[in-house]
Design a protein around this ligand. Structure first.
Ligand code: ZN
Ligand code: ZN
Ligand code: ZN
Length: 494
């Protein structure tokens, strides 16, 4: 079976996160989006941890489900009061009148939660201040409780933020997690973000070993973050034996699933996700001439769990793709940075080095052996080495906004969003699978054309930089003063 997972999320207890990020609403939106497994996020926060204990039941497979008393999936979304960007209002099923059946969600789809948190570590190592974010996963509330206690014993303050800031280094955090539970997963978060990540240009490292030392062998994968895609990560030798994972890092309901990882396994469980991540990299790549780390010899070749594919944001749309200065309204490509240096011509201070440039710095190879097969009208990116392929998507709300000539946060976009999603299954279904004729029937011809262009990758993206998101243009004849760059040229050949 295949299932969709978004394993980097935050609760309302993290800074700058919507108050709507609570378990029942997250589950409800997971169904709209077409996500099967959600991260709980923030399990280190005492109030959120209490909520997890109160609202979730152990499914016996290392994952959790909402208690039936908490679950309102049987409720339907009252479209007239909902917004893509706000909270859907829930109306009890009994109030639904005839003719509104199209608003019913797929109640058969169960949503599972995986216990998770993100920890921000700030410490100095090698004479430099390091700021690294890592994701942690455990298969039981009991292990989470032990982990939280171990952090408190080391002086961590867990109460002020759902994503706590600690002075414990990444290596030690990994050790604490693995001592608590040998099935803990430790995944460096948004690995390329300039300020807060393992490979970040400002306060990161040049390799996983430099960051995690003897714990490196337990780092089975990294999260790409919005500003990089798998093709960029395939250039990094350090990642050849590791899973390339994509999650949303959403701070609000409607952003959930903007990136996601699709797993394929015999069962939906913590174990199958763990195995798929642990075995992903070396399963895919021969690692010829490179010593196989000892932990990998234990793998059973018959293991059926794997990463089927990832669903990606266009990396140019990410807010750190190019190098630049937001306040100076200045950005440049890696080629321009190589030629002109990294000093801002406006303010003369160093530029914020973008992810594209940073990948180039750490890359050990150019990868040009791509295939771009089109399957059912969707363009895929596949490596010759057989790593999990991916598909680049634009969030449905953004496609609708451009097609309808309205802002994302308008009733017009919201109405069409719910019309499509409630009739055609889920946002992922609309984006990747639904017939264009059905899409046109529940919206209009221009929306169907927009989705078709996104599926075939025939769009243009103004690259983001220094905290500014990039801008997608499906119909590039719309006037714009900004220079345009073809995404496929950017991420593959730059
Ligand atoms: Zn983070
Ligand atoms: Zn986060
Ligand atoms: Zn500047």
């Amino acid at each position: 079976m295949k299932f969709v997972a978004d394993l980097h999320l935050h609760s309302k207890y993290s800074r700058a996160v919507s108050q709507e990020m609570i378990l029942p609403k997250m589950a409800q939106w997971a169904k709209l989006k077409g996500i099967n497994v959600l991260a709980t996020g923030d399990f280190t926060h005492p109030f959120w941890f209490d909520q997890l204990k109160k609202e979730l039941i152990d499914d016996g497979n290392g994952l959790y489900r909402l208690k039936p008393t908490i679950d309102n999936s049987h409720l339907t979304i009252d479209k007239s009061k909902s917004s893509v960007n706000g909270s859907p209002r829930f109306a009890p099923a009994s109030t639904i009148v005839a003719g509104e059946a199209g608003q019913m969600l797929n109640v058969k789809q169960e949503v599972y939660f995986m216990l998770s948190c993100e920890i921000a570590s700030i410490y100095s190592q090698g004479g430099k201040v390091r700021r690294i974010h890592n994701l942690f996963f455990f298969p039981s509330l009991g292990s989470v409780e032990k982990f939280n206690r171990a952090l408190l014993a080391r002086g961590a303050s867990l109460r002020s933020d759902g994503r706590p800031v600690v002075g414990i280094n990444s290596r030690d955090l990994a050790e604490v997690a693995l001592k608590v539970d040998k099935k803990a997963l430790v995944i460096p978060a948004h690995a390329w973000t300039p300020w807060f990540s393992i490979f970040g240009s400002f306060s990161g490292f040049d390799s996983i070993a430099e960051c995690f030392g003897d714990m490196s062998k337990y780092i089975y994968g990294i999260e790409t973050g919005l500003s990089s895609d798998p093709a960029m990560n395939w250039r990094i030798e350090d990642l050849d034996s590791r899973a390339i994972l994509s999650f949303s890092d959403a701070h609000s309901l409607e952003k959930m699933g903007r990136e996601a990882t699709v797993f394929e396994a015999e069962e939906l469980s913590y174990e199958s996700i763990y195995d798929a991540i642990r075995l992903s990299g070396n399963q895919a790549i021969g690692l010829s001439g490179k010593q196989m780390p000892d932990y990998q010899t234990s793998r059973e070749p018959s293991n059926p769990s794997k990463i089927a594919f990832t669903i990606e944001f266009y990396p140019e749309e990410g807010k750190y793709h190019f190098t630049g200065h937001r306040d100076c309204n200045f950005r440049q490509s890696p080629e321009e940075t190589a030629k002109n240096g990294n000093i801002c011509p406006v303010c003369r201070r160093p530029l914020t080095i973008g992810v594209m440039h940073r990948v180039k710095q750490l890359a050990s190879r150019e990868i040009s052996n791509f295939k771009f097969p089109i399957s059912n009208g969707v363009k895929w990116v596949k490596s010759e080495e057989g790593r999990p392929p991916y598909v680049s998507m634009v969030p449905l709300g953004e496609i609708l906004a451009e097609a309808l000539g309205a802002a994302v946060k308008t009733q017009k976009v919201s109405d069409t969003y719910f019309q499509l999603v409630n009739n055609l299954g889920s946002e992922f279904n609309v984006l990747l699978k639904a017939d264009l004729s059905d899409i046109a029937r529940f919206s209009n011809q221009k929306v169907a054309e927009g989705i078709d262009l996104v599926r075939r990758g025939e769009i243009i993206v103004d690259p983001g930089y220094d905290g500014n998101f990039g801008v997608v243009k499906i119909w590039p004849d719309v006037p714009s003063s900004e220079p345009k760059v073809e995404p496929s040229q950017l991420n593959l050949f730059a």
